[in-house]
Design a protein. Sequence first.
Length: 140
Amino acid sequence: MSLYCFGKLILASGYAVGSIQIPHVILGQIDPDDVPNLDEQLSGQGEYFSVRDDDGAVAATALWNEAAERPNLLSTRFGTAIHSLMFSPMLQSGAIAFVDGGIETVLRGTSDQCWQWFSERIILPWDNIDNPLLIWGAHD
């Protein structure tokens, strides 16, 4: 299998979807089967997204592996993308899943907490994590 990374973003007031431009983050492209689970965990109108290795890929496995091998997460493409999402002033809240099947763990917290949870998992092989959905934002 592969690592799939997808989620939902709720924009802060005054921002448009087109203003979110983060490398490897592809807005509007998500498996329709994942929408109900995201909506259940993060209510409200939002924009769905996926994070992929490149434009032709459907997974983020290579991005995960690259980030797992580097001591400075922010020096990696994946780390930069995830950090940009979690700490973007354009977002009211967000949710991001890292799974190789279904979501098994749901963690809600601040952007800082979600970054910490991501940082703890990225050092592990992607197929040995708890398939988390990290949710940050409006509930902080």
